[in-house]
Write a protein that binds this ligand. Structure first.
Ligand code: EPZ
Length: 423
């Protein structure tokens, strides 16, 4: 397993290109199952999760060809040869569940392994299943799989009122509803930019959708969808992650392709902490105003609130801020595993259930630390940039799931960082 070595750094300067959104692409790719015509996704990120989704779709008989070094994905599922999403793929990536709705809508049947939990929480899929049952799907849970069948005549429109906001359940229901007979209304739907991006792609494919980005999405089912070409939206989580690099180290960095409206709640918190955030024609320019970063309280919420996927990274910044703050994690039940690793670097963090109290210190100290999940891994790299001495992050395979070329991108703005094969 590889390691990443980071040396404490001075101010960073330069530009970081931001890639297409992993979490948008993982929903857009299964949309190919809704039509027998070609779907082309441009600005696709090159990540291990994308390769896992590619393997899953290919196991169902879809053709997926990464073109132009992976920036373009050409997908086509003319004839599905299987309707079974095997556990050995699903267990690697929970987003695999997103093939369930499209397969049901397209061919009226699907067998999808239940994804296990993961490091950050149990992450059930009951809301996905309830939404599809509301559309008439008959679901049988046995031997770790969901055996699903659409009623005779196919799925039918329904009103689905989600008891809690779920990105994945909204995406599964949205895709299924495009081919259901009649009207579907999704209430308390997720509002993330990745949902808006999926709706825009489905509309390009001939779907009739209104209200995406609000809490209520209305879909008029159609008989068939056709192919399309769609650009994957910018990755707001990668964007926020790299915005924190000049925040924690000092200097000024422009994140190319960034748009403030993708993460306005996060930008407001950076402003409160004393970080300057400026929208430019090419992206978002981030710099540290004079003096130390100030501690600010944060509560994670569904979009448009502060994203849970930036909580670990923001905690790294708060570890060197002036004062104390409370970070409240309301989305997942176990998303503070980066805290003990940051503590090894001299951070002062007390975790009680869903709350972490962080008291800033002048300087962190480099140390050997271990990545536990995707976003925790990159928070350790950010902390290493601000620490004295050398930080060695192990188990960086977590990082490869969501960040392409992290060493190259940070070196490009002056960071002292390298990737080595573990002894
Ligand atoms: C998506 O996960 C993202 N993943 C996550 O990003 C992100 O943290 C999450 O949304 C919240 O924004 C992808 O898009 C591939 P949810 P998802 O359904 O859809 C509970 C990353 O780092 N829930 O919105 O799985 C669930 O347990 C990843 O890129 C149910 O109870 O998240 C959680 O507490 C991590 N039943 C809450 O809802 C369900 O059926 C929100 O989960 C579904 C979810």
């Amino acid at each position: 397993m590889d390691q990443i070595i980071v040396h404490g750094n001075g101010p960073l300067r330069g530009e970081i290109p931001i890639a297409g959104a992993k979490n948008a692409c993982l929903a857009l790719m299964p949309a190919t199952l809704l039509t027998d015509q070609p779907l082309t996704l441009t600005n696709a990120p090159r990540l291990s999760d994308i390769r896992t989704m590619t393997a899953l779709l290919q196991s169902l008989g879809a053709e997926v060809a990464p073109l132009q070094e992976g920036q373009v994905l050409a997908l086509s599922s003319h004839d599905l040869t299987s309707h079974r999403a095997d556990y050995d793929i699903v267990r690697k990536m929970r987003a695999s569940i997103l093939v369930l709705g499209p397969m049901l809508a397209r061919d009226g049947r699907a067998e999808v392994s239940l994804p296990g939990g993961c490091a950050i929480g149990a992450r059930p899929v009951d809301l996905h299943l309830k939404a599809l049952e509301a559309m008439g799907a008959e679901l049988d849970l046995r031997d770790g799989y969901v055996h699903a069948k659409a009623p005779h005549g196919g799925l039918r429109g329904a009103v689905v009122d989600f008891p809690i906001v779920s990105v994945g359940a909204t995406e599964n229901a949205l895709m299924a509803a495009t081919l259901a007979r009649g009207t579907t209304v999704l209430k308390n739907a997720a509002r993330e930019p990745e949902i808006v991006d999926l709706a825009e792609c489905l509309r390009r494919m001939g779907a009739q959708i209104e209200g995406e980005g609000t809490g209520t999405i209305t879909i008029q089912g159609v008989d068939a969808l056709h192919g399309a070409t769609h650009p994957v939206v910018t990755d707001r989580i990668e964007l926020g992650t790299y915005m924190l690099a000049p925040a924690i180290c000092g200097g000024e960095v422009e994140c190319l392709g960034g748009r403030i409206e993708l993460l306005s709640a996060f930008c407001e918190k950076l402003d409160e902490a004393g970080i300057s955030v400026e929208q430019t024609a090419r992206g978002i320019k981030v710099g540290r105003r004079n003096g130390r970063v100030r501690a600010v309280d944060v509560t994670t919420e569904p979009f448009p609130g502060f994203p849970t996927d930036l909580q670990a990274q923001f905690m790294a910044l708060m570890c060197v801020a002036e004062g104390s703050c409370v970070l409240e994690e309301t989305i997942f039940e176990n998303r503070f595993m980066h805290a003990p690793e940051l503590t090894r670097m001299g951070a002062r963090i007390e975790v009680h259930g869903g709350h972490a109290t962080v008291t800033g210190v002048e300087k962190l100290r480099g140390a050997p630390v271990m990545a536990t999940d995707l976003r925790a891994s990159v928070s350790l790299i950010l902390a290493g940039l601000a620490a004295e001495g050398r930080t060695t992050v192990s188990r960086v395979y977590h990082l490869d799931r969501g960040y392409e070329h992290v060493v190259r991108k940070l070196r490009g703005v002056g960071a002292r960082i390298e990737r080595i094969k573990e002894e």
